[in-house]
Every structure is written in structure tokens, then in C-alpha cells.
Design a protein around this ligand. Structure first.
Ligand SMILES: [Zn+2]
Length: 430
């Protein structure tokens, strides 16, 4: 098969020949393959995107998402691999559960599924989970996280960091000091004061990140910081990196675009729980700092934190609503809007931060490789020239809780190829 007329990382037009799931030849006007060619129509070709932070909800909350629908959503967003977070029911804290998710991925998924293992039993923060057994299982777990909860016990966090060194694992921390955020509803600041909602102070995130950077350095292990949301967090991570410590960090698309004043005034009214998310949307100054940090490499990657919720859990009063937003199908468009249209990143920079580096942090062998001869044919074709209104009813995800409904965003995923096999063509699932 030949993918014709694409611009690799936005460069000159070229054709890509695929044989046996790998890239066999790249060049202008390649001789015909005898049918089955795909017209790339001048789209930008990116290496298949890799998400380090996806909630697929299966097992346990199949009303919100399943491995099948979540990975359909991923494929439509241009992803060829996702890491499935551990806060399922039952929690993915044993070799048995991570193997169950891994098998569901092999059977039903439209992209590769790599289970994340819980750090502590039941996400309870009291006892380390079977990290070694999960690493040795068929799922080959390398990323461990209690995401949704913070591993706030410093002794447990130290032990977890020490433990994963044996198999080159990483602890992905959801940094949220629980006492400082008890009952918190939104970012602590001017807007929360006006609205009378309990504030979620930046220091609750920053204090945990600082402690964990010090712990990771102390034991010589790998730390990954989930969904960084404040300017202060960026400064701490920049400092840790300047020391040469093994710390990586992610930012979500929504923290690159949206601010906390949407809770007070937005196209969908005040107090709309569509904007309720953990960590909360912050201020314009935080957004600017996060964009600059992603551009200069202080923040390594974009991760979606795709968090599907059924209507009844979101369309309720603010204080009772679930926290989280779906994000897989809009991620690339939001990154184009926040980072590419602003001149902060080019397509090579986007490919690094949404494919190559997340694959490296997750220790995925066959993903995140550049589009070159010999590499697996994991390819996303993206047309950045169109602008479309976000329609949640068109999502492949089972859930519709997007903060971008009705917004006009740039770009569209035209096609996604997983080891040469199309999962999306003409913007539609295959
Ligand atoms: Zn989280």
C-alpha cells in the first residue's frame, strides 16, 4: 500500500510505501502499488500519537467508556497507543487485573493498550501494590500511578520509587496534597472568592511535586508528574531538571487553553460542571507558563487525561458533579490552537511531545518512532487547514463531557494507521 501526497512533519510532499506493517520506502511519486492506495491530500503526516494518561473505565464503569469505545476515540484523535489508568473497578493493582485489561486491548482495541498499574492496593495509599508481579505479567507494566488520588505518604512514595528501579519503571504521581484540598471545588483565587466555592490552592500541587522531585533524586529513580497545572509547578520542575534529576512531566490540552474564569462566565453559563476537572483550570498566567514550559521542554509531553463520565454524573449541581473531561478526539486540535497557531511549536515539536517522548517515558518499543524506512507504520494524517465546530454527538467515545462543545477549533485527523492497518480513513473509523 502507498499513502500518497503527504507532508511528513509538515515538510515537502512525499509518498510512503507500507509493506508488512512497516515503512518500506519514502519519496516523491513512488511507482504504483496496484490498488489500495490512500490519497493523503497534502495532509501533515505525524508519527502515531501516544497517550500516557487515558481513562478507559473498563472494568467496572462500562457505562462511561470501554476499551473498545475508548480506543475508537483514541484512533479518531490520531492515537496509536494509550496507557490505561488504574482507577478502574476492580482497581488495576494486581497482575490479574492488568492482564485482563491488556487482553481486552488485544481483542477489542483500535490502538495499542498499555495498562498502568496502581502504586498502592486499592488506591488506598496504605500498602504497596504488587508492582513486580505487574511488571513481570503479560502486560509488562512500566508506568505505575494512583491517578485520581495522590500517593501522599512520603515513606510509601519513597518505597515505590525504589521498587520500580529494578525493572526501569516510573511512578506517575497525581500531585494533590489531600488536606490542603479537602472539599476543594475549583482553583483558589479571585474567581473562587467571588463565587464562594472552596478553593484548590496551587501550593497543594506544588508542595507534592517538590517533595517527589527530592525523593526521586534521593533514591535515584524515575518520577513522572501528571497534569501539571500551575506556574509554580513549572518552576519546581525546571529546577529539578537543572539538577539532572530523572523527572518528566505532562500537561493536558485543557490546561493549555482554558482558564478558571469559565466557571463564572462561559458560553454554557455559570457554574457549569463541564469545566470541573482535577487539577482545576487555573489562571491566564498559569496557562502562559504551561505553554512556555511545553515549548522549552520543561514540560516533556502532552497527555490527555481523557476522563469520560456519563451524563448523570456531569449534568448535576457543581458540587456533586464528577471531575474530568473527555479529550482524545480534540487533543491535536487544541494543541494546534494553543501551541502551533501561536508559533510556539512546529509539527516536529508536536511529534516529539505527543508521540516520541511519551513512548519513551512508557518504555514502548514499537511506538513513537520517526516516520522513516524500517519503522513500524504507525502514522497519523492531519489536515491543519480546516476549522470545524466541535460536535460531541460525533464522538466515538461513549461519553460527551467535552468543554469544547460548539467551539470552533482548527484541524482534523484524516487517517490513522496502526502498523500499516488503517483504523481511521476520511475521518471515520474503519
Ligand atoms: Zn489525575
Amino acid at each position: 500500500m502507498i499513502i500518497r501526497n503527504v507532508r511528513i512533519l509538515g515538510g515537502e510532499p512525499a509518498d510512503i510505501r507500507i509493506e508488512d506493517g512497516a515503512i518500506a520506502e519514502i519519496g516523491p511519486d513512488l511507482p504504483g502499488s496496484g490498488g489500495g492506495d490512500v490519497d493523503g491530500q497534502g495532509a501533515v503526516a505525524l508519527p502515531g500519537l501516544v497517550d500516557l494518561h487515558t481513562h478507559l473505565r473498563e472494568p467496572g464503569r462500562e457505562d462511561a467508556e470501554t476499551v473498545q469505545t475508548g480506543t475508537q476515540s483514541a484512533a479518531r484523535g490520531g492515537y496509536t497507543a494509550v496507557h490505561a489508568m488504574a482507577n478502574t473497578s476492580p482497581v488495576a493493582d494486581t497482575a490479574g487485573v492488568v492482564e485482563q485489561v491488556w487482553r481486552l486491548g488485544r481483542e477489542f482495541a483500535h490502538c495499542d493498550v498499555h495498562p498502568v498499574g496502581a502504586v498502592t492496593v486499592g488506591l488506598e495509599g496504605r500498602q504497596l501494590a504488587e508492582l513486580g508481579a505487574m511488571a513481570d505479567s503479560a502486560a509488562r507494566v512500566r508506568v505505575f500511578s494512583d491517578d485520581g488520588r495522590c500517593v501522599d505518604d512520603a515513606v510509601l512514595m519513597r518505597r515505590a520509587l525504589e521498587y520500580v528501579k529494578a525493572f526501569d519503571g516510573v511512578i506517575a504521581q497525581h500531585a494533590q496534597e489531600p488536606r490542603l484540598t479537602a472539599g476543594a471545588q475549583m482553583n483558589e483565587g479571585v474567581v473562587s472568592g467571588r463565587l464562594g466555592l472552596t478553593g484548590w490552592p496551587a501550593v497543594a500541587e506544588e508542595a507534592v511535586i517538590a517533595r517527589d522531585c527530592l525523593l526521586a533524586a534521593h533514591v535515584g529513580s524515575r518520577l513522572h508528574v501528571c497534569h501539571v497545572s500551575t506556574e509554580g509547578s513549572v518552576e519546581i520542575i525546571r529546577w529539578a531538571k537543572s539538577k539532572g534529576w530523572n523527572v518528566t512531566a505532562e500537561v493536558t490540552p485543557h490546561h493549555l487553553l482554558l482558564t478558571d474564569d469559565l466557571v463564572e462566565e462561559s458560553p454554557v453559563g455559570a457554574y457549569n460542571p463541564i469545566y470541573k476537572v482535577n487539577p482545576p483550570l487555573r489562571t491566564r498566567a498559569d496557562v502562559e507558563a504551561l505553554r512556555a514550559a511545553l515549548a522549552d521542554g520543561t514540560i516533556d509531553i502532552v497527555a490527555t487525561d481523557h476522563a469520560p463520565h456519563p451524563v448523570e454524573d456531569k449534568e448535576t449541581e457543581w458540587s456533586a458533579a464528577a471531575m474530568g473531561m473527555v479529550g482524545l478526539e480534540t487533543a491535536l486540535s487544541v494543541v494546534q490552537e494553543a501551541m502551533v497557531e501561536t508559533g510556539l511549536l512546529d509539527w516536529a515539536g508536536v511529534a516529539q511531545r505527543m508521540s516520541a517522548v511519551p513512548a519513551r517515558i512508557g518504555r514502548l518499543g514499537g511506538q513513537g518512532q520517526p516516520i522513516e524506512v524500517g519503522a513500524p507504520a504507525n502514522i497519523t494524517l492531519y489536515d491543519p487547514s480546516v476549522r470545524t465546530k466541535v460536535d460531541p454527538l460525533a464522538f466515538a467515545s461513549k461519553s460527551r463531557n467535552t468543554p469544547y462543545e460548539g467551539m470552533t477549533l482548527p484541524g482534523r485527523v484524516v487517517a490513522t494507521f496502526l502498523r500499516g492497518r488503517p483504523t481511521v480513513l476520511e475521518g471515520k473509523l474503519v
